[in-house]
Design a protein around this ligand. Structure first.
Ligand code: AMP
Length: 500
């Protein structure tokens, strides 16, 4: 019977019906599983029925604090993540700011945190900005009104000596930006050897801002036996690599925005063979300036953003701007302003950078590439069709991206209509370095990889001359004469006779 229930749930998930709506302010959220994560399902099933804080099995002190805050029910990420964090397993949560994710990891951590007078912190929370450090500290303070927990926040851009003194005073929970944390650890005042739980929040922003190196340095100072908890609004290749390097079979929990009013957004897609044909298609579409009057173009990384911007420059240079983390804050700010005010019609952006910017009246969201993580598609298209306006979004997908497109369609329970590729658009033969067949260099010679298509080599032997390995001469004789030539064979023959 339990198996039957599991199968029913699973088929619901696949068909996109297993959703649970929850109101937090004005936003609706839907729990969406990461389909390829087998760890996910048991938690998902269990927690579908969990919709009160009592079910989370917290402490009396925490319940009192929650009551003071006036929160009535856990948000989806809270009832999904709390039990997993409590279990001690590594956790990867995909959720945006505003979903209640801080409490999702703080509640279970605080429940398990015993009173202690020791000076070294036991919980480390890494966030990308000073504002977030302050926010986390605020959250912890409001949750620990009835507990004896010491929390401290440290961040760059302020006097390190004051922070050294504060650290020397001791704390249980330390919230920090990576750079300042590492500097403090180097002074020797801050000791990280007692960290039992590491939380990395907004990890996608952190990596986009170039904190990878600092994170690696910090990991080396932490004890190996610890629980890793990570939250990211979007999944990127860099985030994936970090998870692979740092986490041990993490449980993944995903909360996608279903507040995106799908009925408001007309979706279309084009099957396009490669990057430069996508450029041609985009250039072709953008010719209609009335229709495409405010266009947000998404690409998955800064390398692609630069490449696309360069390719568009010749034709639409003065109308186009680009933002990604390698651009200075001023440049980014200017680009966004020009785009918002209509001075520039086209803004090329990465998933991470587009977050947090509030843009009005976008005519089109172009998904220049197909996000590998379906949640990113939802974030992207949510930038158009806001406030009951009609929005339009177009997805370009190559044959390689077809699987990712399918995952998006499963998530939305909607098949994106395919538009026929316009005849007048040129199919480019030019390939990007990533699209070119990969060559491996072996001792000075270039060899193509196995996935390359190739015909038979000119020196290949004719079939009649091809030799097969037929075993040694003894085996060959056996086959010819079928006559046992040693004792062991006799027995084998008897056995096979018996079996017949
Ligand atoms: P976060 O995503 O952690 O930044 O939280 C977003 C906001 O939601 C914060 O202002 C929290 O105080 C609030 N919040 C967190 N959990 C709940 C809840 N269960 N019910 C209502 N509001 C909440």
């Amino acid at each position: 019977m339990p198996l039957v229930i599991l199968i029913v749930f699973h088929s619901n998930i696949i068909s996109g019906q297993a959703s649970h709506h929850y109101n937090l302010s004005t936003a609706h959220h839907t729990i969406t599983p990461i389909l390829h994560n087998s760890n996910f399902l048991p938690y998902f099933c269990k927690n579908l029925f969990m919709n009160s804080f009592e079910d989370l099995n917290l402490s009396k002190q925490l319940y009192n604090a929650i009551a003071d805050l006036g929160f009535e029910k856990p948000t989806p990420i809270q009832f999904e993540a709390c039990p997993v964090v409590l279990s001690g397993k590594d956790v990867v949560g995909i959720a945006q700011t505003g979903t209640g994710k801080t409490l999702a990891y703080m509640l279970p951590i605080l429940k398990d945190l015993k009173f202690s007078r020791q000076l070294n912190p036991r919980v480390l929370i890494l966030v990308p900005t000073r504002e977030l450090v302050l926010q986390v500290v605020e959250h912890v303070k409001s949750l620990t009104t009835y507990m004896n927990t010491r929390v401290l926040g440290v961040y760059g851009g302020t006097n390190i000596n004051t922070q050294k003194q504060a650290v020397a005073g001791g704390c249980d929970i330390l919230a920090a930006t990576p750079g300042r944390l590492y500097d403090l650890a180097l002074t020797g005042v801050l000791k990280l050897k007692d960290i039992k739980k590491l939380v990395i929040d907004e990890v996608d922003v952190m990596l986009e801002l170039g904190f990878r190196y600092q994170l690696t340095n910090i990991f080396e100072l932490l004890p190996e036996r610890r629980q890793n908890i990570m939250f990211s609004a979007t999944m990127t290749e860099e985030v994936d690599a970090l998870i692979d390097d740092t986490f041990i079979s993490p449980v993944k929990i995903s909360i996608a925005l279903s507040g995106t009013p799908l009925h408001n957004i007309a979706q279309q897609c084009y099957n396009v063979p490669n990057f430069y044909t996508k450029v041609n298609l985009l250039s072709h579409l953008l010719r209609d300036r009335d229709e495409y009057h405010k266009v947000l173009v998404f690409v998955s990384g800064k390398k692609y953003a630069d490449r696309l911007f360069e390719a568009l420059e010749e034709r639409y240079g003065p109308e186009t701007c680009v933002i990604h983390s390698n651009k200075s804050q001023n440049y980014r700010f200017r680009s966004i302003q020009q785009f918002d005010e209509g001075a520039n019609r086209i803004l090329v952006t990465t998933d991470v950078m587009a977050r947090g910017i509030d843009l009005d009246k976008i005519s089109h969201v172009i998904n220049f590439d197909t996000p590998a993580y379906p949640e990113n598609y939802m974030h992207r298209i949510g930038r158009t069709g806001r406030a009951e306006e009609k929005g339009k979004t177009i997805l370009f997908y190559t044959p390689k991206e077809e699987e990712a497109k399918l995952a998006i369609e499963i998530l939305m329970d909607y098949e994106i209509p395919v538009v026929e590729f316009p005849e007048e658009v040129e199919i480019s033969k030019q390939l990007t370095p990533e699209e070119r067949p990969r060559n491996i260099e072996i001792s000075g010679k270039i060899r193509r990889t196995q996935d390359d298509e190739r015909g038979p080599a000119f020196h290949e032997k004719k079939l009649k001359n091809t030799k097969f390995n037929q075993g040694g001469s003894y085996l060959r004789k056996m086959k010819t004469y079928k006559k046992p030539q040693k004792r062991g064979d006799k027995i084998a023959n008897l056995r096979s006779k018996k079996n017949k």
